[in-house]
Each structure stands twice: as structure tokens, then as C-alpha cells.
Design a protein around this ligand. Structure first.
Ligand code: SAH
Ligand code: SF4
Length: 410
């Protein structure tokens, strides 16, 4: 198994490799076109005065510029007439998030702190997005919420109260900005002809494993992933998109049926007693319900397995008895088990299991017939590893927060 990165640097945040000065984030005045479905994009154009007969063609053009060519300014849309560009510019925007900070780990992992403008009476918000380059692929870890309503005890994001849900355009904007920063869009020098290359893309996979619980922002995540997987745009196959949930049971079947993406479950414990503590949503949706929802996940097969994430916490959930119980629990589910060495954060109460113990645990699970890779911690030196993401965005007023929490709670 691959070695971990030296943990001694985890608490000392190194200086950003490239820090960009943050201009004050203005509030969003024009409607953003990012993240809209083709249908809604067409409606928006018609409302702005584009004749109905032209709308379809204009949608195609815009879609190509936004998602294949990755332009961020109407003026770059060379085959759109000057008049229409100026109309679009008056009414809409395609602005991407502001990059407040970019950090690059010694292992090549990049973490961006993105800022989105205020909406309504709210404030600008900040979230983190992480890019993990690997041999033959590159994974973008995308956030779905600012903060999280849940409070998993080993997760740094869980210490940040929910500020708000991200809009579809803000989720798609993370993918666009990351690709632009990485130089992952085709050359923009000719107006026609650029196509998404089938291989060699720097962002080849997307995981909804950043800040927040994606199934508590279901509609926006669904809209965003439908844009990200659109074959004539960003064109990431649904097999290369994984949504991770802490276990919002009533939304799991719907996720498979409507989004059709790969599913990951943050399991972390094999008894209700322990999972109630580690992943408190378990009190609402206990293990038996979670496993039943997994068994019923649409499209499940040996070729389309569910990934079970299991954070290795020393002396808490890492015994061989736990491993045996894990195997029993997953019986009959096409599954892969991703063992995640615990990534510490300032103030965390847990320790990472010893490497030998992680390997013994992995071996037992593997002997039972399940793939059980140990996830190499990436980007710990810049605080970009699993569960280390957090932003300083302040939570909303208590009344608003309670209303939002009630609205997202299923
Ligand atoms: N809220 C969703 C998506 C976040 S995914 C979910 O919980 O599934 C982030 C993954 O990293 C989850 O599996 C989470 O449980 C795990 N994680 C959180 N904190 C961690 C930490 N400190 N070390 C390792 N993994 C952690
Ligand atoms: Fe939220 Fe996931 Fe962290 Fe739990 S593990 S607090 S659900 S982000």
C-alpha cells in the first residue's frame, strides 16, 4: 500500500503556493446562466428578447462556449453577433467564483478557496474545492453546501454550521474554474470545431465529497450533475461521477433513479451504537434502513458497485471484530470498501489507526472478497484531505438557519 504523507506538517498550514488577492465580492445583480438546463437557458434567452425561432440555436451556441470551450465572458463568443452579446451582457452573467486562494501540496494536490457573491440579503460565501491528480486520472472533489447541518464527530466540515446550499451554477462553477485553472479546456483560438477530448483530460472524475451533504441539497446537485454529465458539454460520464452521502436514506433510491451516478456511503461504523456517535444522522436512519436502501440502489451490479467509506479511527472502529461485522453487514451488496486513514484537524479528538492495523483490517475484508483499497491521504499539508475542508463563512441568523435546516431535512 502506498505510504502516507508526513503528518507532522498537518497543523502548520504552509504558505499558499499562489495566493490571489481577493477583490470584494459584489452581490449578484444579474442572473447567472451557469448551471441552467438547456430548457431553462432557452426560456431565459426568450425572456431577454431572443426570438423563439432562434432560441434553440442560441442555446447550442452558448452551451458550447460555456461548457466545451470554457469561456467566462460573452465577448469571447466569437460566432454570436455583437448585438446579442451585448444583450446577454446586459441581462445575464456567466461569472465564475472568485479565487481567494490557491494552495498546491507537495504531492500535487491543489485546493482552492472560492468565493461566491452574496445572494439577496445574505453575505458572500466561501467554499473549498480540491483537485487530486493521480496516475492516469484526475479527481475533482466538489462542495455542495457552505458548511453542513450534520455533525459527524471526526469531520472538520461538521464543525461549521450550515450557511447555505450552493446553487447549481455554483456547483458547476467549481468544475469550470478548476478546469480553467488547470488549463483543461481546449484551445480557444478558433470559433468552431473544438471538441471534448475523450482522453487525457486533467479533470477526468468528479466526486461530491467536498463540504456539505449533497442529498440535503438534492435538487441543486441533481441539476448541476446533469450539466456536468451532458455529452455535448463538460461530458463527464456518470460512471466517473460519485456522490457521497452520510446516509440520507429517503433520497438514495431517487438518486440512483434520477441522477444515475455512482454512490458512496460514509459508513464508518458497523453498529448503531457507534454510528450514532460518529455519524449522528444514524439516529434518524439506522444501519438496517441504510443497508436496505443500498440493496435497492437502482443499477447496482458487480460492474456498478457502491463504495463504502470507512474512516480508520484508532481504538474506535478499527478492530478485526469490526472488520468481520463489516463483511456480514455488506453481504449481498456489490460493494467496494474504501478505507480512509483519519485525517486530523485542529481540535479533533481522534487518532488515525496504526498503519499495520489498517492493513490487517484491509486484508480481512479483502479475503472476504471485497476490494478494500486504503485511500492514500492526499494534500494533508495544505489541509485538503478528506474531512479537512472548512471555510470561514459565517452562519446565517438563527431564525433563517432553522428555517433552512427544516426545509432540507427529509
Ligand atoms: N457529507 C458527505 C460528503 C462528504 S464526503 C458524506 O459525509 O458522505 C467526505 C468523506 O470524508 C466522507 O466519507 C467523510 O465521512 C470523510 N471524512 C470526514 N472527515 C474525515 C477525516 N477527518 N478523515 C478522513 N475522512 C473523513
Ligand atoms: Fe457533513 Fe459529511 Fe462531514 Fe458528516 S462527514 S459532517 S455529513 S460533510
Amino acid at each position: 500500500m502506498s505510504a502516507t504523507i508526513d503528518l507532522t506538517s498537518a497543523d502548520a498550514r504552509p504558505r499558499p503556493a499562489a495566493a490571489m488577492a481577493a477583490a470584494p465580492a459584489a452581490s449578484q445583480s444579474k442572473r447567472s446562466l451557469l448551471g441552467l438546463s438547456r430548457h431553462d437557458l432557452g426560456l431565459a434567452l426568450m425572456e431577454a428578447g431572443v426570438p423563439e425561432k432562434q432560441a434553440r440555436m442560441r442555446v447550442q451556441q452558448l452551451w458550447h462556449w460555456l461548457y466545451v470551450r470554457g469561456v467566462s465572458d460573452f465577448s469571447q463568443m466569437a460566432n454570436v453577433s455583437r448585438d446579442l452579446r451585448s444583450l446577454l451582457d446586459d441581462k445575464f452573467e456567466i461569472r465564475r467564483p472568485e479565487i481567494v486562494e490557491e494552495q498546491i501540496s507537495v504531492d500535487g494536490t491543489r485546493k482552492w478557496l472560492f468565493r461566491f457573491p452574496a445572494r439577496g440579503a445574505g453575505r458572500p460565501v466561501e467554499i473549498e474545492t480540491v483537485y487530486i491528480p493521480e496516475e492516469g486520472r484526475g479527481t475533482l472533489c466538489v462542495s455542495s453546501q457552505v458548511g453542513c447541518t450534520l455533525t459527524c464527530t471526526f469531520c472538520h466540515t461538521g464543525t461549521q454550521r450550515l450557511v447555505r446550499n450552493l446553487e447549481p451554477g455554483e456547483i458547476v462553477g467549481q468544475v469550470l474554474t478548476a478546469r480553467a485553472q488547470l488549463g483543461d479546456f481546449p484551445e480557444a483560438s478558433t470559433p468552431q470545431g473544438a471538441i471534448v477530448p475523450s482522453e487525457g483530460r486533467l479533470v477526468s472524475n468528479v466526486v461530491m465529497m467536498g463540504m456539505g451533504e449533497p442529498l440535503y441539497n438534492y435538487d441543486n446537485v441533481k441539476s448541476a450533475l446533469s450539466v456536468v454529465s451532458d455529452g455535448d458539454g463538460l461530458a463527464l460520464s456518470k460512471r466517473r461521477i460519485t456522490l457521497s452521502t452520510s446516509g440520507v436514506v429517503p433520497m438514495i433510491e431517487k438518486t440512483g433513479a434520477e441522477m444515475g451516478v455512482m454512490l458512496a456511503i460514509s459508513l464508518h461504523a458497523v453498529t448503531d451504537e457507534l454510528r450514532d456517535v460518529l455519524v449522528p444522522i444514524n439516529k434518524k436512519y439506522p444501519l438496517a434502513d441504510l443497508m436496505a436502501a443500498c440493496r435497492a440502489y437502482p443499477g447496482l451490479s458487480n460492474a456498478r458497485r457502491i463504495t463504502f467509506e470507512y474512516v480508520m479511527l484508532k481504538g474506535v472502529n478499527d478492530s478485526l471484530a469490526d472488520a468481520r461485522q463489516l463483511v456480514r453487514l455488506l453481504q449481498g451488496i456489490p460493494a467496494k470498501i474504501n478505507l480512509i486513514p483519519f485525517n486530523p484537524w485542529p481540535g479533533s479528538d481522534y487518532e488515525c489507526s496504526d498503519w499495520d492495523q489498517i492493513e490487517r483490517f484491509a486484508e480481512l475484508v479483502n479475503q472476504a472478497g471485497y476490494a478494500s483499497p486504503i485511500r492514500t491521504p492526499r494534500g494533508r499539508d495544505i489541509f485538503a484531505a478528506c474531512g479537512q475542508l472548512k471555510s470561514e463563512s459565517e452562519r446565517m441568523k438563527k431564525g433563517d438557519r432553522l428555517a433552512l435546516e427544516a426545509a432540507v431535512a427529509v
